[in-house]
Each structure stands twice: as C-alpha cells, then as structure tokens.
Design a protein around this ligand. Structure first.
Ligand SMILES: *[C@@H]1O[C@H](CO)[C@@H](O)[C@H](O)[C@H]1NC(C)=O
Ligand SMILES: *[C@@H]1O[C@H](CO)[C@@H](O)[C@H](O)[C@H]1NC(C)=O
Ligand SMILES: *[C@@H]1O[C@H](CO)[C@@H](O)[C@H](O)[C@H]1NC(C)=O
Length: 414
C-alpha cells in the first residue's frame, strides 16, 4: 500500500472508532476510559508506523521509473529520500592543498582548484534532436541558450512564454534550450532533477549535466554547451547565450542578424554583447567575483562581453570550442570566453542594444518600464518573471506607438 493510502486508511479507522465510541455513551465509565486508552495506543502505534515507513533510511527506487507514467504523490515523497548524485568519474586533485594561501581561501575557490581539471561529465537530460539532427541543424537560424539554475522553474516557464518562444519569425527558425546541472542543495537535488525531467518531457528544452550547478562551475557549463553544439547542433547559424532573468528581444536579434551583410549567415566571426574592457580580477574576498592570486596572478582580463547575454555566430562558437579544449578553465565564464577569443585572435564587439550592467531595476511604476525603450533594445538584465511577461506583451502590442529612437537595433555600432 502507498504511504498516503496507508495514512488515509489509518485516519478513517480512528474516526470510526471514535464514532462508535459515542454511540455507546451509556456504557459504564471505566469501559469508556479503557476505550480512550486503546485509541491513544492505536494512534501512537499508527504514528510510529507512518514515521518509520517514511524514514529516509528506506531506499525507494524511483530512478528506474518508465517514461510516460503519471507522477503520483508517493513518487514525490520517495524522491526526497533519494541520495544526491555525485560524479565518481573525476578525482579531486589533492596536491592543490599545498598551494600558497590555499588553506585560507573560501570554499568555492578551494573547490575550483580541486576540480578544475575535470571536464568529463554526462548528460542527465538531453535533447539530441533539438536542431533536427546535426546534418539539418543549418535550418536553425537562432538558437537561444539560457543558463538556468535548476531551482529557477518559474523563470524558465516565463521565458518559454515570452522571448524564448520557439517559432518562425521573418521566415527563420528560432529554437530554445536551457542549460543546467545539479543543484548544490543536497535536500532539493533529487526533487529538482525530477522537475527538470518533467519539464524536458513536456517542452523538450533541457540540457542537464551531472556536475554541481554553482557560480564557479558556469565555465564548465559553457564548455559542455560548446561540446554539445559541436555534436548535436553544429550548423545553427547564430547562438544567443544568456541568463534566465534577462529580457532578450529575440525579434530584434533576428532583425539585427538579418540586417548584417547579406548572406553572411553564421560562417563569419560574430561576438556581440555588453563589452567590458580594461578590468581585472577583484581581489576583495567579499565579492562574488573574488579571484585570488592562487587562481591567477594576472592583473587584467582580456576584453569580454558580459555573460548576461551574448550573441555569436556558429563560426565563433566552434573557434571558441577548439581553443577552450586547450586552455585551463577560469572560474568566471564570460571572462573565460573572452580569454578564448583573445587566444584565437578574435575580438568581442560592443552593441548599444545590450544592457547587462543591471544598474537599475525596471519597475512597472517607473518610467524606465516604458515599452518603447525596450522595443529598441536587444537585451536588458534583471527582470522578475512577471516583468518579462508584461514587457513582452507590451512591446508586441500593435497599438504601441513609439518615436524612432537613436538606438535602432538594425544599425550595428562599430
Ligand atoms: C594538481 O595540482 C597541482 C598544483 O596546482 C598541479 O601542479 C597539477 O598539475 C594538478 N594535477 C592535475 C591532474 O590537474
Ligand atoms: C563543480 O562541479 C564538480 C562536480 O560536481 C564539483 O566537484 C566541484 O566542487 C564544483 N566546483 C565548484 C567550484 O563548485
Ligand atoms: C495595447 O495597449 C493599449 C493601450 O495601452 C491597451 O488599451 C490594450 O489593452 C493593449 N492590448 C493588449 C492586447 O494588451
């Protein structure tokens, strides 16, 4: 019997005993006391029974469940008891502990140093035919690749409904895929794996690898994506690579890409976004971007495009992949891509339409939420899921009348 059924049966049983107890109200008092005592005993035993059968020590195999079966509550209960997965294939480099200052580094820096040589990870969720197979992948004009933490189910849902909608636009094909890994939250990991599995069954848009989805593993995510593209989708013309909390105007991106020199398609170098140049590693420990000397002694980063949203051609993606295989990973993903570009002798380009700095948070009450402003942009960082919906609806409202702005996206900035 399922756990819930067991619980229901037990509760029903107790209620019935209580009812029958009331019917016999004229019976002698000591008998009723005896009955109450029995009830308490039964109840206690029942609770002990329930808890013992819900205990995490009982292994319940749910991984082997067949495709297409409906999900029932007992399955979800069981998922919670599943042990988090760790990748056994790559061993930690224990000799890093002798590096200077290693002992005083924050945990994420230590983990990075211990595991940075590991690149062989498996796909738990895949969509091998996303681009119609490698030989037909040239039919995909723009592949939207969205970096998403497993936890961000609501953001993925909103992206699917708005700018990430798979569709034909201006005669070309737009496709979408989310890139995820394993939640580092041990208590949630199994549940989130199941959520991603369900999402993938419904939407066919999840890639998930079996490494921990942490900030310093984003580079690994990018590397595995480049590898995936090489295998499953080598000819998609252009790739947008961004976060799940951005407002990416995918219509504008298509117009911008089509407006470039006729016939260029994805065969030439293209790498545009919010250009960041003349910066270097942050040495303050409190920062999310803290990079100590033990990771790099270099004082500067090559020019790179902010990771909130980058538009690149298939040519550039494949060049980056060939370089990325050769160089050591760097824990900040957009900087790492910049390093690959530099090594390949290519440069990122700035585009005014990318606003990834996230300096302000647009609010519906604020003038900065003016849809005319967003209609002209390619990308803006930091939107709440409902704001994505409002903005996507607003910029597509045919009664929206906007003055022409100097930010016209069809004119790439040089
Ligand atoms: C392990 O770390 C040491 C110290 O940084 C390094 O010299 C060595 O090459 C690393 N080994 C691997 C397999 O990456
Ligand atoms: C990256 O993922 C690997 C594999 O799950 C893990 O061992 C490592 O600690 C992670 N690195 C960081 C910096 O979180
Ligand atoms: C379009 O915008 C107008 C004016 O702001 C508004 O009245 C209308 O409801 C909107 N239409 C849709 C479909 O959202």
């Amino acid at each position: 019997m399922h756990v819930t059924q067991r619980k229901t049966a037990l509760i029903t049983f107790v209620l019935r005993l209580e009812n029958s107890g009331e019917q016999r109200c004229r019976m002698r008092r000591h008998f009723r006391l005896l009955e109450k005592f029995a009830l308490v005993c039964i109840g206690t035993l029942g609770l002990v029974y329930i808890f013992s059968h819900n205990s995490p020590s009982e292994p319940i195999d749910v991984v082997s469940r067949e495709e297409g079966q409906p999900v029932s509550l007992p399955d979800l209960v069981a998922v919670r008891t599943e042990k988090p997965k760790h990748t056994p294939t790559c061993r930690e480099n224990t000799s890093v502990s002798s590096l200077p200052t290693f002992a005083v580094q924050p945990q994420n820096v230590k983990d990075f140093l211990r595991y940075k040589h590991c690149r062989d990870f498996n796909l738990i969720q895949n969509v091998p035919r996303k681009c119609g197979g490698p030989e037909n992948s040239h039919n995909v004009f723009l592949l939207l690749v969205i970096k998403s933490d497993p936890f961000n189910h609501d953001r993925r849902d909103m992206v699917r409904r708005t700018w990430g909608k798979e569709r034909r636009f201006q005669g070309v094909q737009i496709k979408r895929v989310f890139i995820t890994a394993l939640s580092p939250n041990e208590h949630e990991q199994a549940k989130l794996n199941r959520v991603l599995e369900l999402e993938n069954r419904q939407h066919r848009d999840i890639l998930q690898w079996d490494f921990l989805d942490t900030f310093f593993n984003l580079t690994l995510k990018q590397f595995k994506l480049l590898q995936w593209l090489d295998i499953y989708c080598p000819k998609a013309q252009f790739i947008f690579n961004g976060d799940d909390d951005v407002f990416a105007n995918s219509d504008n991106m298509v117009e911008y890409l089509q407006g470039m020199e006729a016939g260029q398609k994805g065969g030439q170098h293209l790498y545009v976004g919010h250009l960041i140049a003349g910066v270097g590693p942050i040495r303050e420990r409190w920062s999310k971007y803290y990079i100590p000397e033990v990771v790099t002694t270099s004082q500067s980063y090559p020019p790179y495009a902010g990771g909130g949203g980058i538009l690149m051609s298939r040519h550039t993606a494949s060049v980056i992949y060939s370089v990325a295989r050769e160089i050591e990973v760097f824990p900040i993903d957009d900087v790492f891509l910049g390093m690959c570009l530099e090594k390949a002798g290519l440069a990122p380009k700035s585009h005014m339409g990318f606003r990834t700095a996230g300096v302000w948070v647009p609010s519906p009450k604020d003038d900065s939420f003016n849809p005319c402003y967003y209609r002209e942009l390619l990308l803006v960082h930091r939107f709440r899921p409902y704001e994505l919906l409002l903005m996507w609806e607003a910029v597509h409202n045919s009664s929206l009348r906007c003055a022409r702005s100097p930010l016209r996206v069809a004119l790439p900035q040089t």
